[in-house]
Design a binder for this molecule. Structure first.
Ligand SMILES: [Zn+2]
Ligand SMILES: [Zn+2]
Length: 285
C-alpha cells in the first residue's frame, strides 16, 4: 500500500446516525480525494462489512472502526476503536450490550419529555429515523421533535431538551471509559480518545492513557487550532498515535453536522500505524 494520501478516520453511516449508507460514504470519501476512510458508527459495526466491500471495488482503504459511548463520572466520553477483531464473540456480545444501553436511554428520554408534557412515542422516533438501520439515538428524537413542531431545528432540540444538562437529558447508563479501553484491548483493537476538545476534561487524559488508551484524536471538525496543538503535544509526550477525522454524519435539515468528509484528517501513514499496532496487540494476547 502506498502511504501517501489523506485519511479521514472518523465517519458515520446509516448504521448509526449518519445520513448515507456505508457504501455511499466510501464513494463520497473517494470523490473527496481521500485515500482511506474509517467507518466509526456509534456502538455498532453493522456498517463495516458493506464499506469494506465497496472499498475493494472502489480502490479505497476502509479502516474498520466503532465509536463507543462511555462514561467517566458524569461525563459522556467517546472512545474510538480501530481494527478490533469483529469475529470475536465476546467483543460482539459486549457491543450488543452497549447498543442496548442506547435503547434504554432513548426510552428514558421519551419518559422525561412525557413529564414535560411532550408526547413523543418510540414509533415517532422510528419514523423520524425512517430507512436507517442500526442504533437510534438523540438526533432521531430531535427529528421527531421537529416533525411535531416542538422545536424548529436540531440545534434548538439539543439546546432545550436533549443536550447535556438540558430538560430531557439522560446520561447513557453504559460502559465506563475504563472498561471500554479494556474491552477494545481484549478484542485486539487500537483505542483512541475521540474529540477530547469537546469534553473540557483534559485532566482525565493521563488516567485514560494509564488505562490503555493508545491514541488521541487531535484533529476533529469541532477542534480549534489550539486544541489540535495541545493534543498533538500531549500525544508526543505520551507516545500516543495522533489521529484525526471529520466526524462526518452528512447533512441534516440542510445543515452539515460536524464536518464534511476530509475536512479533518491525517496522513495515510497513520492507518499503517493503527494496523501494525492492532496486529501486534492480537499476536501478543
Ligand atoms: Zn463522538
Ligand atoms: Zn462520531
Amino acid at each position: 500500500m502506498a502511504i501517501i494520501g489523506k485519511a479521514d478516520l472518523h465517519a458515520h453511516t446509516t448504521a448509526s446516525d449518519g445520513m448515507y449508507p456505508p457504501a455511499e460514504v466510501v464513494r463520497r470519501a473517494k470523490l473527496a480525494g481521500l485515500s482511506a476512510i474509517a467507518i466509526t458508527d456509534h456502538d455498532t459495526i453493522a456498517g463495516v462489512q458493506e464499506a469494506i466491500a465497496e472499498g475493494q471495488r472502489a480502490g479505497m482503504t476502509v479502516v474498520p472502526g466503532v465509536e463507543i459511548s462511555t462514561v467517566t463520572g458524569s461525563a459522556d466520553i467517546h472512545v474510538l476503536a480501530y481494527y478490533p477483531d469483529n469475529a470475536d464473540p465476546l467483543w460482539l456480545e459486549r457491543l450488543a450490550w452497549i447498543g442496548s444501553a442506547r435503547d434504554r436511554r432513548n426510552e428514558a428520554i421519551l419518559h422525561k419529555l412525557q413529564e414535560l408534557g411532550i408526547g413523543i412515542a418510540m414509533e415517532d422516533v422510528r419514523e423520524a429515523a425512517a430507512g436507517k438501520k442500526g442504533s437510534i439515538g438523540r438526533p432521531h428524537i430531535a427529528g421527531a421533535l421537529i416533525r411535531k413542531g416542538v422545536v424548529p431545528d436540531m440545534k434548538e432540540a439539543f439546546a432545550r431538551y436533549l443536550g447535556s444538562g438540558a430538560a430531557a437529558y439522560v446520561q447513557v447508563q453504559s460502559v465506563t471509559t475504563t472498561e471500554a479501553l479494556q474491552w477494545i484491548r481484549e478484542a485486539g483493537g487500537v483505542s483512541v480518545i475521540a474529540h477530547p476538545g469537546l469534553y473540557g476534561r483534559d485532566e482525565l487524559l493521563e488516567q485514560w492513557v494509564r488505562e490503555g488508551a493508545q491514541g488521541i484524536e487531535a484533529y476533529h471538525s469541532d477542534h480549534s487550532a489550539e486544541d489540535a496543538d495541545r493534543y498533538r503535544a500531549f500525544a508526543a509526550s505520551h507516545e500516543l498515535i495522533i489521529t484525526g477525522g471529520s466526524d462526518f454524519h452528512g447533512e441534516r435539515e440542510g445543515e452539515s453536522y460536524h464536518g464534511l468528509l476530509g475536512s479533518s484528517g491525517v496522513e495515510l501513514f497513520v492507518v499503517e500505524q493503527l494496523r501494525r499496532m492492532a496486529v501486534s496487540l492480537s499476536s501478543s494476547s
